[in-house]
Design a protein around this ligand. Structure first.
Ligand SMILES: [Mg+2]
Length: 327
């Protein structure tokens, strides 16, 4: 299918949205956003061979033999993931996603069928979160699939929550579980948009981030931006069953939980008083996921992992490899 035909097809299949008076089909989109006049904007580019591997792609490339039996993503899963990671970034600001712009570089061979699959995967997720598909760009080239999505959102009623507000004495919480995401989770997760909004509504979040690069690294971003250090309780970190299955003596399930990445969970900081509220919430059904107290922030900039027997190691001294790339 010619690329213009594809856009015409998308335009037909994209329902009109009250928030998008001018959408696909003109030179630019016109969006109706919040009365506050503030927009949250995030963008993320996914590349085949880095963020997913499609069926039929020669794999593994030299040097990545350890990833030989990775589960292939369907085009639908790749499209869904490309939108989901962007929604996760809006969640990480406690925002409400509103509109998405989808740009693809399609391989010349099989590109049209691939494009249909991508759309079939991302459209239902957009609908689930009431995100208007408002525009994009389509190109073909001799390279592999690249899909870049930009999502525009609005801050939630309590405003955007940044990474930089953690204070000494604050408690660190995490949603969900960590590690082993490569088996399945990175293609199937539901972004924590509802959870982030509910948390921001019910308690005073000092800092918030989503975990794409791994628990340890993303926690490092909170520490860097907030100017604090952290103690992470090794025995409290919720480990995904897939991380236990794939664990080995040189890479334990804990290493995997800390470093695998692509968990797309939330890490957040609250005062010790608010922490009691969060623990109560985790027993209620107001937040539809597991909430675990996994550490505490302090003034000294050190980031360490504390074991039940009192042993303490600096997080920087533990090695981990990331997903398909070596980001
Ligand atoms: Mg993020």
């Amino acid at each position: 299918m010619h690329e213009f035909a594809w856009i015409a097809d998308l335009r037909r299949r994209t329902p009109p949205h009250p928030r998008v008076p001018i959408g696909i089909g003109d030179d630019a989109a016109l969006l109706d956003l919040s009365a506050t006049g503030h927009a949250l904007v995030t963008t993320d580019m996914l590349m085949e061979g880095v963020d997913f591997v499609l069926p039929g792609t020669p794999w593994p490339p030299p040097g990545r033999e350890h990833l030989a039996d990775i589960r292939r993503a369907t085009p639908e899963e790749a499209g869904r993931k490309a939108l989901a990671v962007n929604l996760s970034d809006i969640a990480a600001m406690a925002g409400i996603p509103r509109a998405a712009f989808v740009s693809v570089a399609l391989p010349r061979t099989g590109g049209a069928e691939l494009a249909q699959g991508l759309w079939a995967g991302l459209a239902p997720l957009a609908e689930e979160f009431d995100v208007a598909l408002a525009g994009g760009d389509t190109n073909s080239w001799d390279g592999p699939l690249v899909i870049s999505i930009t999502v525009v959102g609005e801050p939630g009623p309590r405003g955007a929550v940044r990474r930089n507000g953690a204070r000494p004495g604050d408690v660190l919480f995490a949603t969900g579980e960590f590690g082993g995401s490569l088996v399945d989770w990175h293609l199937t997760f539901t972004p924590r948009v509802r959870e982030a909004l509910a948390l921001a509504e019910l308690c005073d979040l000092h800092a918030l981030i989503d975990t794409s690069d791994g628990l340890a690294r993303d926690l490092g971003h909170i520490c860097d931006e907030s100017g604090v250090g952290v103690k992470l309780f090794a025995d409290r970190i919720p480990i995904r069953p897939a991380a236990r299955t794939g664990a080995s003596s040189d890479r334990t399930s804990l290493d995997r939980a800390l470093g695998d990445g692509e968990d797309f969970e939330l890490l957040f900081a609250v005062t010790a008083v608010e922490a009691e509220k969060v623990e109560a919430l985790s027993q209620s059904d107001k937040i539809p996921c597991r909430l675990t107290r996994i550490g505490g922030f302090h003034e000294n900039p050190a980031r360490s992992l504390v074991f039940v027997d009192g042993r303490e190691v600096l997080l920087e001294n533990r090695g981990w490899e990331h997903f398909l790339s070596d980001r």
